[in-house]
Design a protein around this ligand. Sequence first.
Ligand SMILES: Nc1nc2c(ncn2[C@@H]2O[C@H](COP(=O)(O)OP(=O)(O)O)[C@@H](O)[C@H]2O)c(=O)[nH]1
Ligand SMILES: [Mg+2]
Ligand SMILES: [Zn+2]
Length: 314
Amino acid sequence: MKGIITKTTGSWYEVQLADGDKWRCRVKGKLRLKESPTTNPIAVGDWVEFEPEMGDKQGIIMGVEPRKNYVVRQSPHKRWQLHLIAANLDQAIVVVTLKQPAIKLGFIDRFLLTTASYRIPTIIVFNKADIYDEFDLEFYEQVREMYEKAGYSTLLVSAQTRQGLDELRELLKDRLTLISGHSGVGKSSLINCIQPHLSLTTGEISNHTEKGQHTTTFAEMFSLDFGGQIIDTPGIKELAFANMTAQDVAHNFVEIFETGKNCRFANCMHQNEPFCAVKTAVENGEIGESRYQNYLVILDEIAEQDYIKRQKNW
Ligand SMILES: Nc1nc2c(ncn2[C@@H]2O[C@H](COP(=O)(O)OP(=O)(O)O)[C@@H](O)[C@H]2O)c(=O)[nH]1
Ligand SMILES: [Mg+2]
Ligand SMILES: [Zn+2]
């Protein structure tokens, strides 16, 4: 039998069949032990083959179909290992807000880097529009322009006033969408507005830290009654890139890559090289200053990781 993984909780996997029926499956031992570059062999969005077992709608997963794409993050416990977040996506949404909690452009750029290796279309959704004052709106315009110039779509919404929710719904229709973003930005609230029957738990923001509580622990896929599915992810706090080379990073900051084709030196990394088209574009405001700075920060991190790996002979 064949189905799609809708939920993973440690050793159990929820598999949904074409007719909507859900089965509880385990993974065949061999599949789990098979050398895998990731800490988990299967993720939400994977298509799997399974054999029914004794018991009510229980099965054993025998194999995973090739993935059209996937997103990973570093394992929280093992620095050099990757953890599969989701597979076979049509698009990804990163939900942000200008305040409560404050926007972190570094996180946006890191998330865009994780989806760029497979060129998964990624949309930046600015939530909580209802609490933006005129200064926030001015800053929002700048940020929006910067990302649109880089080639990304953006959307301004509010789960509170329902502003922009028709557009969001249209965006989700008939597609498999990964929804990500820091905890507290309003992911679950937005999903609840669009599909009230899901009634996902939403967290109150503590005034103390301005950080949301972690109310979602596992990535989970939900079907939308108007067509399509979404994957709600636990608040991803940090994204690091031990798996990438400096060239990968240069390749996957999409506008830097495009502009970089005009650099004098073909192997220009846009750091200190002369006649660098990227640096010129940053000076002219065609590439966002924060985009460029975050690019440099990530290159530094990778140089440091490579240094450690060499020291330890990995
Ligand atoms: N003012 C305002 N608050 C919102 C909005 N959306 C969500 N919130 C609040 O933000 C907090 C975190 O929301 P939640 O949906 O749990 O965020 P998640 O961690 O990203 O799933 C909750 O207290 C929500 O009531 C919005 O559009 N406007
Ligand atoms: Mg949530
Ligand atoms: Zn350059």
